[in-house]
Design a protein around this ligand. Sequence first.
Ligand SMILES: [Zn+2]
Length: 445
Amino acid sequence: MARTVIRGGAVLTMGPPGFLRGDVAVEGNRIAEVGRVSPGKADVEIDASGCWVLPGFVQTHVHLCQTLFRGLAEDLDVMEWLDRWIWPLEQALDREATAASARWGIAQLLLSGTTAFNAMETARHTDAVFEAAADLGARAVVGKALMDRREPGTDLLGETTDEALADLTRLVDRWHGAADGRLRASVAPRAPSSATERMWRDGLELARRRRLVVHTHVNENRGQAELVSDFNGGRDVEVLDGLGALGPRTVLAHCVWLTDQEMSLLAWSGTNVAHCPTANLKLGSGVAPVPELLARGVNVGIGTDGAACNNSLDALDEMRMAALVHRPRSGAGAMGAQRALTLGTVAGARALGLDAGTVEVGRLADIVVMRTPEAGHLHETADPATHVVFAPDRRVTAVLVDGRVVVEDGELVHGCLRDIERDAFAARRRVVERMRERRAVRQAG
Ligand SMILES: [Zn+2]
């Protein structure tokens, strides 16, 4: 069994004992020792002096197929953003472009310390996303977007219910548990209103049988929440409750506009929330009531959402935003750095059902080594988490996923960033061109 030792770091375990200076030994895909690891045989040694050693960051909501769209759709609210850009762009993605987009996104995630993520993709070409995660060494939950019902404003992305269910079942059979268990499939209706009741019921039955994450968008923008409520005959969380879709394996992105009743349903059912504060601010959607959700015991993870509405995929940027955005309304103590870091590690792992999120013996060895000036010179009064979440000059030097080194000296081990970027920019040109052609045809028709 391969043995890796990370030596001499400032270890922020996110579980007991909290903080220590020492080593972490990994055997196979699990953490074997934390503390003083005696010198001896190691297949790989990583020098972590002057570095933090942290659990890998877990993102509970991303869209890798949108990495190519970064910077293309700016300064719009979510409805216009979807209508004018995201639906037509997603429709213009072919398999090769989806692969290029996913590889670029996963490269950015790994290089900034995200080891596991929950991705909702588009209606087609989801295999390309699984393949990219398998190749680059990430841990991933991936779902094809289920859209067999036209909610107000959507374009022609949807498939028939039978087509979508057949593709979903095929993806689950092919990918769930693949790459030594690193890859998992999810059931991901795009929103409560995007999928028919049959799709929801059959998807939920599949999720129950195969123990899959259920992933959807909820109450992102106020107008949308109300429009969808009219369309669906109820507010998002109430509709999901009626379908039996709430529960500890369900992850709801955004949850910006929740009624008191909806918050109670989330808490009562143990449903997870993916907090995406940057995307919510950038699209002018609002600020999710996260302090209230946490006070009710709701498990809240973080997500950058897609690159088209953030535009960073860096988990620490998102934790920083989560630590700041609630303060004007709820006070400077609303979310400290330690809490924000918990969202991006422990809570994320819990939401996705991963035995990860802390640096403790026996856990999956998903680990980040990150250099900041303070890591080697921490003042005794300082909270270590502050120097991680608010670090002005941080550099991820090494990343392990499932015990394997996937980032070394700040570079990808299983891919070349320059090649990945070149492919992504070429794919972006083709996708935008195709979108323009289709738009011209539609307008002419
Ligand atoms: Zn999203």
